[in-house]
Ligand binder design. Structure first.
Ligand code: NAD
Ligand code: MN
Length: 357
C-alpha cells in the first residue's frame, strides 16, 4: 500500500467548509485501491495574515516541501482595498514550489449537458508571458506610454506542452476505465497562440509546442493549433469539440475563466497547480463571503480538485472513482446544492457522492 501525505490549506470563508469534504473523500476511497492518506493542517490566507502578519507562513511552505506529496488549497479572501504587506498566498506558493502548469478541466455530465457534452481541459502556462510583470511607463510628447514585457521561453513552452500531452494520454486512460463518456475517439491537443501577429513570442511558443508534442510517446495524439481569437469563437459555439487546450499564460487565463462559464456553477469547476514533483488541487471559486457559514457551499469543485491532484500523483484509478461518483450525483440530481438549483447542504452532497464511491 502507498501512503500519501496531504497538506490541507483551507484558507478563508467557504474554503473551511469544502476542504474538510476533500479530506473525507480521500479517507473514504475503497481500500482495494491500496492507498492510505495522512494529513497535515496548514495555515494561509487573510485571517492568517491578520493573526500572524504573513499570508503564507514559512512553516506552511516548509511542511509542503519536506513532508507532503500533494496538497489541497481552499480559497482565500483578498482584501478589496490594498493592505500593506499582504500578497496572495496561492500566487506565492506557485512560485515557491515551481508549479508551472495550471490545469483546469471543464466538463458537463449526461444530465447537465443540454445536449452538448463538454469535456475539455485547459493547460495554462503559469510562470511567464505578460505575467512576469515587467512594466514601465514613460512620458513622451504625446503623453504617457506604458509598456510590458511578454516573455516566452523555450523551456517553459516545452514543459507545458509536454504536460499537456501527458494529460491527453491520461484522459484517454481514465475514460476507458470509468463510465465517463468520451466525445473524442483519439486524444487531441490544441495549441493556442497568436503567432500571425506575434511571430517571435507566440511564434516560439507554437514552434516549441509542436516540437514537444511530436515526441514518439505522443504519437497517438492528434495535434492541432488555433489562433486565440478564433479559438474563443469556436470554444463558445462548439465547446464539445475540444479535448486538451495548451496556451501561454494570458490566453490560458482568459480561456479558462470563459470555459468555466459554460458549465453553470463556479461550485463545479476544479483546478490543479502542477510542477514536476508536486500538485495542489484547488477549486476555482473564491471564499464566497455571501454564503460563508451557511453550510451550503457546493463541495464538488473541491472533490474534483482532489481527483485532479491524485491524477498528478499517479493515482489514476482513484481519480476515476471520484469523477464517476461526482458525475453520478450530478446526473441523478437528487442532492444538489442551491447554486445548482437544489436544496442540499454541503454535507448532503458529500454523503451522496461518498455513497457512490
Ligand atoms: P467567489 O468565487 O467567492 O463567489 C462568486 C459567487 O459564486 C458568489 O455568489 C458565491 O456564493 C458563489 N460560489 C462560489 N463558490 C461556490 C460554491 N462552492 N458553492 C456555491 N456557490 C459558490 O468570488 P468573489 O465573490 O468575487 O470573491 C470573494 C472573495 O474570494 C474575494 O475576497 C476574492 O478575492 C476571493 N477569491 C479568491 C480566489 C482564490 O482563492 N483562488 C478566487 C476568486 C476569488
Ligand atoms: Mn483568472
Amino acid at each position: 500500500a502507498r501512503t500519501l501525505r496531504i497538506g490541507l490549506i483551507p484558507g478563508d470563508g467557504i474554503g473551511r467548509e469544502v476542504i474538510p469534504a476533500g479530506r473525507r473523500i480521500l479517507e473514504s476511497l475503497p481500500s482495494s485501491l491500496g492507498l492510505n492518506f495522512s494529513f497535515v493542517d496548514l495555515d494561509a490566507g487573510f485571517e492568517t495574515f491578520q493573526r500572524t502578519g504573513s499570508a503564507l507562513p514559512d512553516k506552511t511552505v516548509e511542511t509542503l516541501k519536506t513532508e507532503c506529496d500533494g496538497a489541497l488549497f481552499g480559497a482565500v479572501s483578498s482584501p478589496s482595498t490594498k493592505v500593506a504587506g499582504y500578497s496572495s498566498p496561492i500566487v506565492a506558493l506557485r512560485k515557491k514550489l515551481d508549479l508551472y502548469a495550471n490545469v483546469r478541466p471543464v466538463k458537463t455530465t449526461a444530465g447537465s449537458s443540454n445536449g452538448k457534452p463538454i469535456d475539455l481541459v485547459i493547460v495554462r502556462e503559469n510562470t511567464e508571458d505578460l505575467y512576469v510583470k515587467e512594466e514601465t511607463t514613460r512620458d513622451t510628447p504625446d503623453g504617457k506610454v506604458a509598456e510590458a514585457i511578454k516573455r516566452i521561453s523555450e523551456r517553459a513552452s516545452s514543459r507545458i506542452s509536454t504536460i499537456a500531452g501527458e494529460i491527453a494520454l491520461r484522459r484517454q486512460n481514465i475514460r476507458s476505465t470509468s463510465n465517463i463518456a468520451s466525445v473524442h475517439s483519439q486524444p487531441m491537443v490544441t495549441i493556442t497562440h497568436k503567432s500571425n501577429v506575434l511571430s517571435q513570442t507566440d511564434g516560439l511558443f507554437r514552434e516549441t509546442a509542436r516540437q514537444a508534442l511530436a515526441a514518439a510517446k505522443f504519437s497517438s495524439i492528434h495535434v492541432e493549433e488555433q489562433i486565440v481569437d478564433s479559438m474563443v469563437y469556436k470554444l463558445f459555439r462548439q465547446p464539445e469539440y475540444y479535448d486538451v487546450i495548451v496556451a501561454p499564460n494570458l490566453y490560458g487565463d482568459i480561456l479558462s475563466d470563459g470555459a468555466a462559464a459554460l458549465v453553470g456553477s463556479l461550485g463545479l469547476v476544479p483546478s490543479a497547480n502542477v510542477g514536476d514533483n508536486f500538485a495542489i488541487g484547488e477549486p476555482c471559486h473564491g471564499s464566497a463571503p455571501d454564503i460563508e457559514g451557511l453550510g451550503i457551499a457546493n463541495p464538488i469543485a473541491t472533490l474534483r480538485s482532489v481527483a485532479l491532484m491524485l491524477e498528478f500523483l499517479g493515482e489514476e484509478a482513484a481519480a476515476a472513482k471520484i469523477y464517476a461518483a461526482v458525475d453520478g450525483n450530478l446526473d441523478e440530481a437528487k442532492f444538489l446544492s442551491p447554486d445548482m438549483g437544489g436544496k442540499a447542504t454541503t454535507t448532503q452532497v458529500l454523503e451522496d457522492v461518498l455513497k457512490r464511491l
